[in-house]
Write a protein of this length. Sequence first.
Length: 151
Amino acid sequence: MKNSPKLVIDTNILVAATRNRHGPSFALMQIIRLGQVKMVCSPALFLEYEDVLKRPEQLLASGLLGSDIDEILNGLAATMEPVMTHYQWRPQLRDPADEMVLEAAANAQAHAIVTYNLRDFGPAKLFGIQVLNPEQAFQHFRLTVTRSTKP
């Protein structure tokens, strides 16, 4: 895992992964669990994951229970690398809610932010951080995955 790419995962990727177990977001989360890439995350971003994934409308759309989300997040927490945000560069982005994603990536010296909101993270390039969607991340880092049934 030493030379594994370090990625910050935007919340919309986790949302997509819990809603579609056959899509690229779910496949990316498998890659993370298998240790082919390293997911880095700040405490604030992790709390956002929990908040969004446990919203009633999200639970309904994903077909998961709160306990399922706890299991998913516990699994991620066991494999991810925590990053403390010692430096904040706000405001950089047009959506203030995205600032914590960029700050986690900059503080962790991540290779990329993986998101479906590519346009929102344009300033990440100033920090030397690529902004990719899941498909682009698979191509760029030459990742492969085997299918599973758990998010």
